[in-house]
Design a protein around this ligand. Structure first.
Ligand code: HEM
Length: 215
């Protein structure tokens, strides 16, 4: 049974040249080397693959950009990454696939209610990392301001570029109401989950060049 599941997973993602078990994924489309994690969607035995690329070297305790690549089942209306590992008081990078393009939107919430647009970070789609096949969509986006952010009060949190950071995701089956707009209202997620992401394996010496090549 385990073997069957493995085969299903590999087949489902083969169009993305993905290896479900690998921690580092070298993306032939974008040229980035990503640290990746498959995070289970507990409701249907599926998973979402999250990939993170950062500059190398990235100075400790200073802001640095990140590129995130999300491979989600086509049933996903939107997927969000919470960079601080919880819904509140950190940048929430929302992404979805819309008719051949990817859309990215950064939001923030102080309570467990609909997050609002967050201007403390900016994100852009990296077009060469956007695609779909019969089973999955993939969106790739660069974010400035996602790895270092105000928490509550006067606190600032900077994710460790040389170690592991706890991230969270939220998944919604419903597409945003205005899928062509990054400011579209969204409805609440169907599930969320947490994982530890290894940023030490996410370094890219040519980070800035790669971003420019993929715009
Ligand atoms: C309309 C939009 C949203 C609404 C109404 C909403 C509402 C809620 C509510 C009521 C909970 C508590 C659920 C429980 O404890 O069982 C929750 C938890 C959570 N939500 Fe949202 N949410 C929204 C969008 C988002 C987005 C965009 C993210 C991005 C990643 C997110 C991430 C999470 C996470 C990680 C949790 C777990 C508790 C925590 O870590 O704070 N949510 N949400």
């Amino acid at each position: 049974m385990r073997w069957n599941l493995g085969l299903t997973c590999a087949a489902a993602l083969s169009g993305f040249a993905s290896k479900a078990s690998a921690d580092v994924f070298r993306d032939p489309d974008t040229g980035f080397s990503f640290s990746q994690k498959d995070v289970p969607i507990t409701t249907n035995n599926d998973h979402i693959t999250f990939r993170v690329a950062i500059p190398s070297p990235a100075p400790a305790n200073q802001p640095y950009d990140a590129v995130v690549q999300i491979v989600a089942p086509v049933a996903a209306g939107w997927v969000g990454v919470a960079w601080g590992g919880s819904m509140t008081n950190n940048p929430l990078l929302l992404s979805w696939y819309n008719g051949g393009s990817g859309v990215v939107s950064i939001r923030r919430a102080t309570t467990h209610t609909a997050p609002t647009i967050y201007t403390g970070a900016t994100a852009q789609i990296l077009k060469k990392g956007v695609k779909t096949n019969g089973t999955h969509w993939q969106v790739t986006a660069q974010c400035a301001g996602c790895t270092s952010f105000a928490t509550t009060g006067s606190g600032t949190k900077t994710l460790n570029p040389a170690g592991s950071n706890r991230l969270a995701f939220a998944y919604s089956k419903a597409k945003p109401a205005q899928p062509g707009s990054a400011t579209s209202p969204i409805s609440v997620h169907d599930l969320f989950n947490y994982w530890e992401h290894d940023f030490a394996a996410a370094g890219n010496p040519q980070f800035a060049d790669l971003v420019n090549r993929n715009l």
